[in-house]
Design a protein around this ligand. Sequence first.
Ligand SMILES: [Zn+2]
Length: 106
Amino acid sequence: MRPICASCAIEYAVETCGATVVVMQSSGKPYELWQADVWYCPSCGHEIISGFANNPYCVHYESNFAIEFAKVMERKHTGTYGPVYLVYESVIIRDAHGGITECLPQ
Ligand SMILES: [Zn+2]
């Protein structure tokens, strides 16, 4: 099933297939490279990144990571092959009742 906008209660639509997501460490170093899709709510226009591949296509410890990351950053500047997003993984801290108390970048 497609993602659903909680505010509008309708399914998101695909905006871009094949966006690149760079997962960053809090130190600012790139960690993983992923392919995903960008979806938007046709009603309110809210966007999300979802539809991730099963695995990253390149990880920081692989020998070709620096080359692949450089290619991604070049594409980010030229805008070719879809959008590029740099994101930080989050740490979700739950209270004793399961509520989220903090969501911090790692
Ligand atoms: Zn919406």
